[in-house]
Design a protein around this ligand. Structure first.
Ligand code: AG3
Length: 285
């Protein structure tokens, strides 16, 4: 929503709050078969993509989200060779995944091709790895992809989705997690964006419980700032087919690529839990 002074606002009615960004121009707007997409040029955050009224990506701060959705899981897994990204149509997660030389294949499974086409046009930096020979971009339903995939066929699944309403709703239930568990190899890890620990604890608690009910023994949440998302504080939750305690710390310290937020220290710090979160985790079976 744009007001008369050209500020874009996303209102969080359940949380009695809102986020506003000053806009210089609306660059694009369309209704796809799946959702409503808007692209803005903002005053300070660079370009901004909005889907169904919700902020998705800004030039200024997407590095936080994309680095924390990818590097912690890839440096936790002992040997990640194959990666699926479910959603992630702006290609920012794909770009981070392909920074890892040990990754041999990364498949992005995005339901809405328009998200990727608009990202190529308005967020070319995020799409800079799309022509990497290890990358494959599919425009199909991620839920169906996982259902159809063979047992033990992937090392890491990254669920980089919108909020759990609309097309993404089916990515947050037990049936989907069971299929992911089946598709993962023995050391495999699933990581999913898990909303705000301040605003969305019911979702986070349900996610841990549902992942465990689906048969994932360990689950763990990591925390990071993300200014343009509700409350400015965001999370990702991992579920492991095996252990989640591993951290290839030497590899993270010696990484051959640059990052703006992720470091070995950030990796460890991101898993440190606020007291209210530890209290909740202690209640899990
Ligand atoms: N995925 C998480 C977006 C959630 C934002 N929610 C909101 N603004 N209400 C972003 C996709 C980036 N690749």
């Amino acid at each position: 929503m744009l007001n008369e002074n050209n500020w874009f606002t996303e209102v969080y009615p359940k949380n009695g709050s809102a986020l506003s960004l000053e806009v210089k121009a609306k660059l694009h707007e369309e209704q796809t078969p799946f959702q409503h997409i808007e692209i803005y040029e903002t005053a300070w955050f660079g370009k901004l993509m909005v889907i169904d009224g919700c902020t998705m990506v800004s030039d200024r701060d997407n590095f936080l989200y994309h680095e924390m959705m990818t590097h912690p899981v890839l440096f936790t897994h002992p040997n990640p060779k194959t990666v699926w990204i479910i959603g992630g149509g702006d290609c920012g997660s794909l770009r981070e995944v392909l920074k890892h030389p040990e990754v041999e294949s990364a498949v992005q499974i995005e339901i809405d091709e328009r998200v990727t086409r608009l990202a190529e046009q308005y967020f070319p930096d995020l799409c800079s790895a799309n022509s990497d020979p290890r990358a494959q971009l599919l425009f199909i339903d991620g839920i169906q992809w996982v259902k159809d995939a063979a047992d033990g066929s992937v090392d890491v699944i990254i669920v980089d989705s919108t909020d759990p309403v609309g097309p993404a709703e089916g990515l947050f239930n037990q049936a989907f997690y069971q299929e992911c568990l089946r598709c993962l190899r023995p050391d495999g890890i699933l990581v999913q964006q898990s909303e705000s620990p301040l605003f969305h604890m019911p979702l986070l608690t349900a996610m841990h419980q549902t992942m465990r009910n689906a048969g994932f023994p360990p689950t763990r949440t990591l925390f990071f700032p993300q200014f343009i998302y509700p409350s400015g504080w965001w999370s990702a939750t991992m579920a492991g087919k095996g252990d989640l305690g591993g951290f290839r710390e030497d590899a993270a310290r010696a990484k051959s690529f640059s990052t703006q937020y992720y470091t070995a220290e950030i990796h460890q710090a991101a898993f440190v839990q606020p007291a209210f979160f530890s209290d909740f985790m202690a209640t899990l079976a």
